[in-house]
Design a protein around this ligand. Structure first.
Ligand code: PLP
Length: 358
């Protein structure tokens, strides 16, 4: 009835393309949040097949879940709770993003990437504490207690002036780490937007999320022109069709009334499946390669499509979004209709929608 078809060849191809674009920098494929909704294991395997050098996730549990299905590539995990215990992750060979002195003290036996907050004001060691954190990390490294593999930060993507400022702070932090005696093998700063646009921000490694799924990291980035292809297609089969007269109310609150006699197709995808209710009145789907408007309020399990006089029948395949090259709306189209970003559309596909590798 519903599926999120995951085009693994698209993920492989996107990663291979990005690898070429950013070389000689290496590629860390970001598969947090269930691989941006695509299925973490599916996305991770496809990314590695496409040539990703390593994987990245937010939570340790996400990293351990990948290990438990037999993925043995290097994985970096960077977002930790206050009372985090790194033991299981260190045993499993998970690399740890370290954002505080307290985390560093808990990382005995581990491989770490020290994160400096260069201005995003989220995770990361505050600049005032950076020299101390590096000095102590160097001491721990000398005594064989930790290995500092990376120094890194995350950009706000807030425009060229802010990016330059973050870049300068990052370079100062790398220099301070070296002054403290650290010799990090990888410096990394850029995620998709900066990695695709700015060679000077690529350093040794780029952390690629949204672009490997074939979606744009920012307004105005033409992914097709970059040779990238959306990997997810959200589809369903028409559950019912009904011919209605003009003036008929559709879905809750009758937010829509038919303007003429028309055919309505019931599609079993709703906001529980990831179609944002906020897109009501502005979204389209494709049936048989033709676009039709979603009319009336998007409900929890279903929505209604006005197909006019098109010969749509029960069982026809409906594509809510996918690759626009096939005539379907894109996840970006849905994002615009709902006032959000493509990232949110794909990561919010609900748990009852099976991910079907294709
Ligand atoms: C620390 C970090 N690096 C990289 C990424 C990947 O970002 P993008 O999906 O824009 O490539 C994220 C995602 O939010 C992140 O939190």
């Amino acid at each position: 009835m519903r599926e999120a078809r995951i085009h693994l060849d698209a993920i492989r191809g996107n990663v291979a393309r990005i690898r070429d674009l950013v070389a000689p920098a290496r590629v860390l494929a970001v598969v947090k949040a269930d691989g941006y909704g695509h299925g973490a294991e599916l996305a991770a395997r496809a990314a590695l097949e496409g040539g990703a050098d390593q994987l990245g996730v937010a939570d340790l549990d996400e990293a351990l879940a990948l290990r438990s299905v037999g993925i043995d590539a290097p994985i970096l995990a960077w977002l930790h709770g206050v009372d985090v215990d790194f033991a299981a992750a260190i045993d499993a060979g998970i690399e740890l993003g370290i954002s505080s002195a307290a985390q560093r003290e808990r990382a005995a036996g581990g491989v770490v990437h020290l994160k400096i907050d260069t201005g995003l004001s989220r995770n990361g060691v505050p600049p005032a504490e950076w020299a101390d954190v590096c000095a102590r990390a160097a001491e721990l490294e000398r005594t064989g207690i930790v290995r500092v593999r990376g120094v890194w930060s995350h950009l706000a993507n807030a425009g060229p002036v802010e990016t330059d400022r973050q870049r300068a702070r990052f370079e100062d932090a790398v220099a301070a780490a070296r002054d403290a005696g650290l010799r990090p093998e990888v410096r990394h700063l850029a995620s998709s937007e900066a990695a695709l646009a700015s060679p000077e921000l690529r350093y040794d490694l780029v952390r690629i999320g949204i672009a490997m799924y074939g979606l744009p990291p920012a307004e105005g980035v033409d992914v097709a022109e970059l040779g990238l292809r959306p990997a997810m297609e959200l589809a369903a089969t028409v559950a019912a069709v009904r011919r209605v007269p003009a003036g008929e109310g559709v879905s809750y609150g009758f937010a829509h009334r038919t303007e003429r006699p028309t055919t309505l197709a019931l599609v079993p995808l709703g906001y529980a499946d990831g179609l944002p209710r906020a897109a009501t009145g502005r979204a389209e789907v494709a049936i048989g390669g033709r676009r039709h408007p979603v009319v009336g309020r998007i409900a929890m399990d279903q929505c209604v499509v006005d197909v006019g006089d098109a010969p749509v029948a029960v069982g026809d395949r409906v594509v809510a979004f996918g690759d626009p090259a096939t005539g379907a709306p894109s996840a970006e189209d849905w994002a615009r209709a709902a006032g959000t970003i493509g990232y949110e559309i794909v990561t919010r596909i609900g748990p009852r929608v099976p991910r079907a590798p294709a």
